[in-house]
Design a protein around this ligand. Structure first.
Ligand code: 5RP
Length: 223
């Protein structure tokens, strides 16, 4: 069992009967969906809400009931991965680019548990990845200009085949930007929240209940 599987197995132990469980997106979240489906097969009654079409399709294929977030505003437990986790448990998310649903679930959930392997710890957000910023398609030039004015560097994210642009499930484009002059991610969070044309962005701060990290098979909880 690899570390992503180990941490997913630990997270699934937090699920209780009749919970509404938020499903994340990505390889670690996929292991969690598989572990949750296995618990359902053993008799656990649960309902889920997915953070992306891809997770919804996987969960449904495994026999889980997936509701729309409009049908279940009271999410009990949301389990998702992250690209980077800072010492104050702020997150950088969005390599899978379904940021709108991910942040809605993180905010709505009574408990938001982040799962990852040891590589996810960083001293500061933006260490390994640029900040993904979802923009309205007609506003991307204006948003890029606003972000350049505060020192942002970057451009639109290409699609996987690199012959076009990446588009989110909700029809937004994604700017991948670095901000070398802004070292405080809370300040950057506030600046991005305040930029017209930004639909959502990958900094998640003040939302996490617990971080579960696996390192060589040993899972540690950080509250
Ligand atoms: C998707 C995410 C993922 O949780 C993040 O990319 C981590 O993925 P993985 O579990 O595959 O390492 O934020 O938007």
């Amino acid at each position: 069992m690899n570390d992503k599987q180990a941490v997913a197995m630990a997270a699934v132990q937090l699920v209780e009967a009749d919970m509404i469980v938020g499903l994340g997106t990505g390889s670690t979240a996929n292991y969690f969906i598989e572990a949750l489906a296995a618990r359902q097969q053993q008799g656990l009654r649960i309902t889920t809400v997915a953070s992306s079409h891809i997770s919804m399709i996987k969960a449904q294929a495994m026999g889980l009931t997936v509701l729309s977030i409009s049908q279940c505003p009271d999410v009990d437990l949301y389990v998702d991965g992250a690209d980077e986790i800072s010492p104050d448990h702020s997150l950088l998310k969005g390599r899978g680019y379904d940021l709108v649903m991910e942040k809605l679930l993180a905010k709505a959930a009574k408990q938001f548990v982040v799962v990852g392997d040891h590589s996810k710890w960083v001293p500061a957000l933006g260490t390994h990845f640029p900040i993904p910023i979802e923009v309205m398609p007609f506003a991307w030039q204006a948003v890029k200009k606003s972000l350049q004015a505060i020192g942002g560097e970057g451009d639109l994210r290409p699609n996987v085949a690199k012959d076009g642009l990446c588009m989110t499930s909700h029809g937004s484009l994604v700017l991948d930007m670095r901000f070398p002059q802004i070292t405080d991610h809370r300040a950057l969070n506030a600046l991005l929240n305040n930029t017209p044309g930004v639909v959502e962005h990958g900094i998640f701060t003040g939302l996490v209940t617990q971080v579960l990290i696996a390192d060589q098979g040993v899972v540690t909880a950080h509250a």
